[in-house]
Design a protein around this ligand. Structure first.
Ligand code: AMP
Ligand code: ZN
Ligand code: FE
Ligand code: FE
Length: 274
């Protein structure tokens, strides 16, 4: 085992709400001295092209398939990370198509609510601000349009004033439960991990820990080192893999740098499908 090995298992590309292309993420991973990387876009695996794998191989960065699935448990959003799954899995691809459908409907409902509050933002405007095809659009993109049109000053304000969970223009209703998300990842021969559990209310965490996850995200870009211990203990007790990553989003979250949270080679290897 290489004692120097470091892999960031949580970041977002332009295929969802990150500002770097997948190719740039691999290049930045190399520059940040990372040996492994997983790009975990929201409800999308479009980042994983043959070109990306070629580049990663050329640069000596080990690339692990990854995704961050949106699910809901009793009106609370729960993010489920999937790793090491089969990128060609028909069942996963069709699940993601359904997810995109729901996202599009939800985005329209959010925009409608905003217009109800005299914030005149339209779907076509969001799409022309983010013209890449096959992109997983969500609240951060709507927030970017609100900033551009001068309705709010920052992403933080857009969420605080309107878009956060329970906010006046929030729309719940992701179609699937965390259990469904885990099932989909398992169907595609991957490992399912509960993302950033420290963001979730302790009561909900308790119920989530009863689900058949394979891992728990114990290391996280904005989670202080001394706050990792309880999560590591839970993972150990359950025999789950203790994963970690930065949750890098590029310029959209400039306080988080790629590789600021990482795992070693043994953890990385456990996430590769057999
Ligand atoms: P969505 O997938 O449309 O529900 O958007 C979720 C994404 O919005 C998260 O992954 C974050 O990138 C971003 N987000 C959620 N809450 C906040 C917040 N309070 N401030 C800034 N960004 C947020
Ligand atoms: Zn995000
Ligand atoms: Fe998340
Ligand atoms: Fe994330």
């Amino acid at each position: 085992m290489n004692p120097e090995f470091r892999a960031d298992l949580h970041c977002h590309s332009t295929c969802s709400d990150g500002s770097d292309s997948p190719m740039d993420l691999v290049k930045k991973a190399k520059l940040a001295n990372l040996h492994g990387l997983s790009i975990t876009d929201h409800d999308s695996i479009e980042a994983y092209t043959p070109e990306l794998f070629s580049l990663a191989k050329e640069l000596g960065v080990r690339l692990l398939s990854g995704v961050e699935l949106s699910s809901e448990l009793k009106n609370i959003t729960v993010h489920v990370l999937g790793y090491g799954f089969d990128l060609q899995s028909e069942s996963l691809l069709s699940f993601l198509r359904e997810m995109q459908q729901r996202r599009n409907d939800r985005n329209r409902e959010i925009l409608e609510k905003l217009r109800g509050r005299k914030i005149m933002v339209f779907e076509e405007e969001v799409l022309s601000l983010f013209p890449e095809e096959k992109k997983s659009i969500g609240r951060p993109h709507i927030a970017a349009l609100m900033i551009k049109k001068g309705y709010v000053n920052s992403l933080k304000d857009a969420f605080e004033l309107y878009l956060k969970e329970g906010g006046s223009c929030y729309v719940p209703g992701f179609k699937f439960t965390p259990g469904d998300a885990i099932h989909q990842i398992h169907q595609a021969k991957g490992k399912a991990v509960l993302a950033h559990p420290h963001f979730i209310h302790p009561k909900s965490v308790k119920a989530l820990l009863e689900l058949p996850f394979d891992g728990l995200e114990c290391h996280y870009g904005t989670l202080h080192k001394h706050k990792e211990a309880p999560w590591l203990k839970i993972a150990k007790g359950k025999g789950w893999i203790a994963t970690g990553g930065s949750d890098y989003h590029g310029v959209f979250k400039p306080h988080i740098s790629l590789g600021c949270s990482w795992v070693n080679e043994a953890i990385f290897d456990q996430l590769i499908s057999p």
